[in-house]
Design a protein around this ligand. Sequence first.
Ligand code: ZN
Length: 80
Amino acid sequence: MKEGIHPNYQECQVVCVCGETWTTRSTKKEIHVEICSNCHPFFTGKQKLVDTAGRVERFQRKYGRKTEKEKEAEQQALAQ
Ligand SMILES: [Zn+2]
């Protein structure tokens, strides 16, 4: 290998937000991840909402069920 042109490939600590840590090899010293095999619902078998940017909330606001009150208001608005 030529010296000075290759990034330093080293032991790397991966840290997940769930607290799980493990080591791998990378050019980075530390990697932070939001989800790993320890906490991903696919591996845990538990249903968990993985909502990174409020997308679920936005979807529900847009397409979610309307309350009776909202339906009523809509009907009134249409009748006018
Ligand atoms: Zn995790």
